[in-house]
Design a protein around this ligand. Sequence first.
Ligand SMILES: Nc1ncnc2c1ncn2[C@@H]1O[C@H](COP(=O)(O)OP(=O)(O)OP(=O)(O)O)[C@@H](O)[C@H]1O
Length: 235
Amino acid sequence: MDAILHAQDVHAWYGSSHVLHGVDFAIGRGETVGLLGRNGMGKSTLIRTLLGHVPQRDGRVTLFGRDVSRARPHEIARRGVAFVPEGRGVFPNLSVRENLLMAARKGLDGRADWTYERVLQTFPRLQERLGNLGAQLSGGEQQMLSIGRALMTHPELIILDEATEGLAPLIVAEIWKVIGEIRASGIATLIVDRDYRRVLAGADRAVVIQKGRVAMAGKAAELAADPALAGYLGI
Ligand SMILES: Nc1ncnc2c1ncn2[C@@H]1O[C@H](COP(=O)(O)OP(=O)(O)OP(=O)(O)O)[C@@H](O)[C@H]1O
């Protein structure tokens, strides 16, 4: 596989608590990968470790073949990885317009197809709120703005951690629609979401984490049909 991101034998600790126990994991160009597992199994820690946010970590992570195992979060962002954290990622004291324009930069290959106008077409709700401050937006609008900001950076990979958590069903449906558009536009995505059915329906592959280890990994359709999945997800 032509991997964007490749993690090998990744470990992570919080103090003396050993949370990730040797995770192997890869995301190919343009691939949509779902990350599943019950609460507390290590999904967010894996993401935060890949992004360089967990200081106590071990193992090897490469981005486009370059070792970023010890890289700082801003270096990883500069190398084409955008992060959409749960319910955050917008500047509360800047307007929607400023939030978007501030994020704008070309992709690693010079791509600039996610223009300000295209982001607003994708999120008509933001178009109506251009002058509002980030803090004045609803949770769903903030999440859309956060995804819009990620798109404006022309990343190779977008990581979405619980992007639909706590949002109204209509907004959730809008966000899944946009996730589909991102997939179709060729940007790779790593998705964590409690709605495992939607994740499996919208992903090429999925990885199931159990107590800081990969318990299952494979094509999303095959995992969806695997009777072992229910046990790992506690459903
Ligand atoms: N900052 C932290 N300090 C100490 N322990 C933590 C910290 N963050 C997470 N943990 C612990 O690490 C383990 C993995 O948590 P993590 O948040 O990665 O799981 P998760 O699969 O993302 O679950 P959730 O869906 O609940 O976020 C849990 O036991 C959790 O209590």
